[in-house]
Every structure is written in structure tokens, then in C-alpha cells.
Design a protein around this ligand. Structure first.
Ligand code: ATP
Length: 266
């Protein structure tokens, strides 16, 4: 069948009315679909995004206090890190490429392409998006992903010797639980942006930002800029006062209470 016959005769941007209550969410969805059509996001990435949308409903589609707390800890952790790395997959590149590059610059972090479904085309396509967003150097592409994370199999274990392998702090988003666990077992501190507080990634990470990555990244950048002038002792204090388990607990209780309230308002 000729694929062009199926191509959309319209652009979603043209057909969503300005006042559509779900406009933002539909436009973001469209970004992910376009990235899939270009081979940057895999079909499984659409499913992961849908799971994220569902949790966004549950937290009220706003950055909540538990995410603000985690964002503060994450900013402090990135500023104190000796060798921070931002791990990037297809969904992240499609949604927040500019923010990734900005955050990397502010925190002196390396950027590494790290894929669950790895192939040369995707590696390059994601690196390309990051370079277009002005990244200076993107690791984890081709031969550069030459080392392995113990306890993971095949393509999922490949990392760059100058990136994740060497990192003391890794920031990741929309990540699979096995890989997060493997990084923590390697002694790395992991900052996860995952809107599902029940995922294995959320439960395993050192700092979990339970929020939509679209909202969390600009806030994290803002916090890093605000904290940049703080002395290390103050940043260390912020970190030592931070308790990820209690933040996760707060997010789950928040969802439960919100649902109970909603059920009474029917
Ligand atoms: P785990 O293996 O950690 O238990 P999982 O099987 O859900 O989790 P994936 O589907 O690989 O893992 O990862 C996707 C995760 O990212 C999900 O927890 C999903 O809720 C979350 N997610 C999806 N979209 C977003 C988004 N826009 N912002 C933040 N998190 C998101």
C-alpha cells in the first residue's frame, strides 16, 4: 500500500480549537507521534507516554509540592556532583531537548544517548536533535557506547566510558526499572523524572521527581540557577534533609486523597 495515501491531510495544530481544555496535552501527544514517525521514538514509547498521561490526570496536571521538594534535592545533587551525566532516550529528546542542553550547560553535565531499544539509526537521530538544540557533545553514539552495565543484557547494557560508566550522578527520565536498579547497584546516585510514583524506577532512584518531564525540566533549570551561588555546605544540607521514601509516600497519599475528594464531588 502506498504509505502517502494514509498521510494526514491536516495538522493537529490546525484542528484543535484554542480553548480546547486538553490542548496542551494533545500537542505534546502529537510531538511524540511525530517523533515516532521519524524513528526517534519507538512504538513502545507511545505506550510509556500514555501511562505518563494517566498519572498526570491523577496528580492534577500540576507540579505538586512533593515534586518541588525533589527538584530542590536534584538541583543540589547536580551542583555537588563531580561527574554528572544526563541520560537521554527518544521520548526525552522529543519532549525536552532544549531543556536537556540548557541543564547540561548549567551543571557541567555530559549528555549521553541511552536507549532500551538501541539501533544505530535511533542513536544518530536522537544525537541530531540534541545537536540541533546546541549540544556541544553527545556521548553514547556508535562505537562510543563501548562499555557495559553489569547485570543487564545485550543492547540495554551499553554505555559510554566517558559518560554514564564514569558518572557519579545520572539524571534520567521515563526509564525502565531494571536499568535504574543496575545504575544504583553500580554506586551511582540516580535522579529520576518519572510521573508514576509506583514504578520500579521511582522506587529505586535516589531522588525521584514525580512530575511530567515537560514541567519538571524548566523548574529544575530554574532551581539550579537559583542554587548556583549557594555554598556547598548549604547544598549538602538540602540533600541531607531530603528523604526520597517520604516524598514518594507523600505523592501516593496525595493521589489517594485527591481521588477520594473527587469521588465525593460527583
Ligand atoms: P518500571 O520498569 O520503572 O517499573 P515502566 O515499566 O512503567 O516502569 P517504562 O514504561 O519503561 O517503565 O517507563 C516509562 C515511565 O515513564 C512510566 O513510569 C511512565 O509513567 C513515565 N512517564 C511517561 N511519560 C512521562 C512524562 N511525560 N513525564 C514523566 N514521566 C513519564
Amino acid at each position: 500500500m502506498d504509505k502517502t495515501q494514509n498521510s494526514k491531510p491536516w495538522s493537529i495544530r490546525e484542528i484543535i480549537p484554542e480553548n480546547h481544555p486538553r490542548k496542551e496535552s494533545l500537542l505534546i501527544r502529537e510531538k511524540i507521534v511525530e517523533a515516532m514517525e521519524k524513528g526517534v521514538v519507538v512504538p513502545q514509547g507511545l505506550i510509556a507516554h500514555g501511562r505518563g498521561e494517566c498519572f498526570d490526570y491523577l496528580i492534577g496536571e500540576k507540579t505538586q509540592f512533593f515534586a518541588e521538594k525533589a527538584i530542590e534535592a536534584a538541583a543540589a545533587m547536580l551542583l555537588l556532583a563531580k561527574y554528572p551525566v544526563i541520560s537521554v532516550n527518544g521520548n526525552m529528546a522529543a519532549l525536552v531537548a532544549d531543556d536537556i542542553v540548557k541543564l547540561a550547560e548549567l551543571t557541567n553535565s555530559k549528555i549521553e544517548v541511552n536507549l532500551f531499544y538501541r539501533n544505530e539509526y535511533r542513536e544518530k537521530a536522537i544525537a541530531e536533535i540534541l545537536y540541533r538544540a546546541n549540544a556541544k557533545n553527545v556521548l553514547g553514539v556508535g562505537e562510543d557506547a563501548s562499555l557495559t552495565i553489569p547485570e543487564l543484557f545485550s543492547q540495554r547494557r551499553k554505555v559510554s566510558p566517558n559518560g554514564i560508566y564514569k558518572a557519579d550522578v545520572v539524571l534520567l527520565g521515563l526509564e525502565d526499572g531494571d536499568r535504574t536498579e543496575a545504575l544504583v547497584k553500580m554506586g551511582k546516585k540516580v535522579i529520576a523524572i518519572d510521573i508514576n510514583p509506583l514504578s520500579r524506577t521511582s522506587m529505586t532512584a535516589t531522588v525521584t521527581i514525580v512530575d511530567n518531564i515537560i514541567r519538571a525540566m524548566p523548574r529544575l533549570i530554574q532551581k539550579v540557577m537559583e542554587f548556583k551561588s549557594k555554598p556547598n555546605e548549604e547544598l549538602m544540607k538540602i540533600l541531607s534533609n531530603y528523604d526520597n521514601k517520604s516524598v514518594l509516600r507523600e505523592s501516593i497519599v496525595f493521589i489517594a486523597n485527591r481521588l477520594t475528594q473527587l469521588s465525593f464531588s460527583l
